[in-house]
Design a protein around this ligand. Sequence first.
Ligand SMILES: Cc1cc2nc3c(=O)[nH]c(=O)nc-3n(C[C@H](O)[C@H](O)[C@H](O)COP(=O)(O)OP(=O)(O)OC[C@H]3O[C@@H](n4cnc5c(N)ncnc54)[C@H](O)[C@@H]3O)c2cc1C
Ligand code: SF4
Ligand code: SF4
Length: 623
Amino acid sequence: MTGEQQPEVAVERQAMDVDIVCVGFGPAMGGFLTTLGRYLAPGDGGASLESRVAPGMPLQVICYERADDIGFGVSGVVTRARGIRATFPDLEPAQIPMAAPVRHEKVLYLLDPVGASRRPASLRLADNAIQALRRVLPYEAEALSLPYIPPFLRKDGGLILSIGQFNQWVGGQVMASGAIQLWPGMPVASILVEGDRVAGVRLVDQGTDLQGRPEAGFLPGLDVRAGLTVVADGPVGPIGRQLDERFGMPEGHHRRDWAVGTKVVVDLREGVGLDPGTVLHTFGYPEPEIFGFLYVHPDRVASAGIFVPSWLESPVRTSYRYLQHWMLHPYLWRYLQGGRLRSWGAKTLQESGRRGEPRLAGNGYARIGEGSGSTNVLTGSGVDEAWTTGTQLAEAVLELLREGKPFTQEQLERTYVKRRRASWVEAESRIAERARDGFHRGIVTGLVGMALAGLSNGRLAIPAEPAPPHTRVPSLERYYRGKIPADEIARIRAECAARGLSLHDALMERAGWPVIPFDGQLLVTHQDALLLGGKVQAPPGYADHVVFLYPSLCERCGTKICIEVCSGQAIAQGDGGIPAFDREKCVHCGACLWNCAQPHPEDPERALIEFRAGAGGLHSAEN
Ligand SMILES: Cc1cc2nc3c(=O)[nH]c(=O)nc-3n(C[C@H](O)[C@H](O)[C@H](O)COP(=O)(O)OP(=O)(O)OC[C@H]3O[C@@H](n4cnc5c(N)ncnc54)[C@H](O)[C@@H]3O)c2cc1C
Ligand code: SF4
Ligand code: SF4
């Protein structure tokens, strides 16, 4: 399929009517369904909320999740858990597998122990000063521990969670309520629109070839018609993007700041000396723009990972390779050495925050969670915010149901949007709104801007206009100027193409990054990580969900960052210079959605890749 889209196959579809149809099961939907389910459960006033589509029956609520179970998810997570605790006031961390209360927090500036990272002169000066004064500073193992953690970064009284385990714990209770159906393994393909109203969703077709053409056993996706469609499909969800295309973004809003988060779950060695509840945040290495985290769960298990942001001006933004260099930093390796890879994963974060907020509600639909701009980019917090927006929508929906009012834009704005605007989620997102703009002018201005915004409650910030991601992708020749001559880049490019390899390993090693000393248990090849640390599943009979819209433009693309960044090695060199997609390796991280070197010819805010609804992906309940 190309930019010249194939005509839709005309088929007869089955249809079903429900009261509320929900898209995606992450923390936002967890908050929505938990709050709603409590009032719908039999014997708890549920009878008063009669179905509008099946009179005499209880309210019909159904939720479709793309991944093959409801415990899919990739996240840190450390969270203050204010919203989660408001829903579960008696919550004991021990109730949730892998949860631990936050005990010790540290923010570390990592120096560059290998001399390969691209540090501006100001950081090099700072590094030299730290080295010179290291005996009197809180410095050890090439890292400076910040003596003061600003309140906006602290997670006092919070929780360390595994998102997979948390989602499963929440989902178990939602299903036990008996009032709501949860269907994993059911990607939602599109919205159904009637005039200016969203009238439900269409599920993906099954039994097709990779281009979506019917084959034997073809099962056209069901049309699920509903009075309210709740969209919580996360940062890269196709349903949220369809709504944006159909109804437009609010004036001045856009999604230009992204990051790909890559993490490992590690069984730490015995006697490692890290208590459950330990939280380490890092910045400065492997590239200054890359932030990292290490959180310690009970039973000597840690989650550790990095975020590679869209403002990292590198054409080889490989998060997997950078993760390994980060793990090998002497400060962290002291803890990670001897550990064993238990699980692995990658996922995109929407980092535009409130500036990326879409229309929160319209006729027949409402949006919650990260796709609705709830993630706080200053505090590095998304789970609790997503959860809270879900609970706010549930309270609004219950109010409208009790009043017998329709799910119109006006009514949803009066109930849901009003609650959201009056809440801490909104107040804190306004403080964070311009906090990261400084990163568009450089790493040091970015860090200063964050500190200014955080300490002044958003009154001060370094002004800059976020730029679309494709403008932040230099050519390989420009990026490596002075380090690797252009003719050598051409040679490496030809050699890698002949062997079907991405370029980042060869280029990074040529630019001074040491070879990764694979140990087969924690430091493993990218391919082994896909097999070992979270199995990738791709059930047959579905169309490709990653599509190159303009192959002729890809053919001429010298950078091909989509190949370099791909978290699953699912995008590779293809025939005639056009990348090839292998859905059997795709972990659905969504990084290809925003990692493209060229703008879409009709919409410069979009890339040349389309990321559609797809089945399968990473199967790991521990991330
Ligand atoms: C590596 C990493 C570390 C992070 N660390 C932290 C942290 O320490 N603290 C913190 O608070 N936040 C953290 N976050 C952010 C946090 O994970 C998100 O903000 C949060 O998960 C958002 O919740 P959500 O429910 O809005 O979306 P998601 O969790 O993204 O859930 C959306 C769901 O929708 C499903 N879906 C998508 N498309 C479809 C479709 N077409 N049909 C059906 N289902 C669909 C997806 O499969 C997914 O399950 C981190 C994120 C990453 C990637
Ligand atoms: S999708 Fe974008 S980055 Fe990838 S080859 Fe095409 S133009 Fe280049
Ligand atoms: S192809 Fe799949 S694994 Fe690769 S970047 Fe895109 S979503 Fe991630």
